[in-house]
Design a protein around this ligand. Sequence first.
Ligand code: SIN
Length: 308
Amino acid sequence: MQADLSVRIASLTMQNPVGVASGTFGFGQEYAQLLDLDALGALYTKAITFEKREGNPAPRLFETPSGLLNSIGLVNPGVEAFVEEKLPFLKTLHCSVVANIAGSTEDGYCRVIQAIEESAGSFGNGVDAYEINVSCPNVSHGGMSFGTDPSQVERLTRKIRTLTKRPIFVKLSPNVTDIATIAIAAEQGGADALTCINTVVGMAIDIESLKPRFARETAGLSGPAIRPVGVACVWKASRAVKIPVIGCGGISSAEDAIEYLLAGASAIQVGTAIFVDPEVPFKIKTGIARWMERKGVGSISEIARILK
Ligand code: SIN
C-alpha cells in the first residue's frame, strides 16, 4: 500500500507533513541552490515584523549538549522588504508557504498582516497561511510575553482573524504552566491550527568571564534536548482543542517525527537539525512513508489515532 503523505490543515493541503521551521530556513532563497524546495511539505519563513529589526548583540548562538541556545532577537528586513524582495521568490514555490508574523504590540502584528494581504492578493499566491509568533523568548515586548497570557492570545488571534481569510496558526511557547489553557485561548480567538513548540527558555554562563553568554542573559533552547517537552506539549494541546496541532522541537529523524504524529500532531516542522544536515526534511519524509507502509497506515491523519 502506497502511503498518502498529504495533510489538510484548515483550508490548506500540504503535500506532505514535513515543514522547515521558522528561523532555521530564512526566506527559502538561501537554500534554493542546495535543495528542492518544491518537495517540502511547507516552508515557514523567518519572523516578519513591521519595521526592519537588527536583532540582539552577538553572540547569538551557543551550543549545549544535545541542544542549541539562540538569542537572535527577530532579525528580519521588515514587511516592506519582505513583500518587495522575498515574496516574488516565494510565489514561485510549489510547497506551502507559511509567513511567520511577530510584533511588539497587537497593532504591530496586525500591520504586518495588512501589508501582506494587500500585496499577496488571493489565497496562496506566495503566502498560504500565517504562523503567529507569540512565543519568541528573545525580545522584551511581544513574543513570549504575549503567548503566556491566554486573554492576550485570544484577543490578538481574534483581531488577526478579522484581517485575513488565510489560515492562522498560532505558535505556542512551552514556557507556561499549562499549554492547554493557551491552546484553548488561541482556538477561541479563531486560530485554524497551533504550532507546538517554540524554544524553551535556557541560560548559559561563562565561568571564566563570570558573565552570562548572551547580552539578554536568557535565550531559547532548541534541538534534541527539547523533544520530550515538545511531544508532551503536542499531546496536551491536541487533547484540549479540536483544531490541528503542528509538532516542532528537536525533530531530527523520521522516528522523532513519528513520535510527534503519534502524540497528536497533524504535521511537523524540522528546525535545528537542518543546520547539521539540510537534507534531513527529505530523509524524514521518506522514513515516515516507509514506516507507514510497514505499519499498514494509509494516511498521516490515521497516525494520531493509533497511539495506545
Ligand atoms: C529569535 O529571533 O530570537 C528566535 C525566534 C523565535 O524564537 O521565535
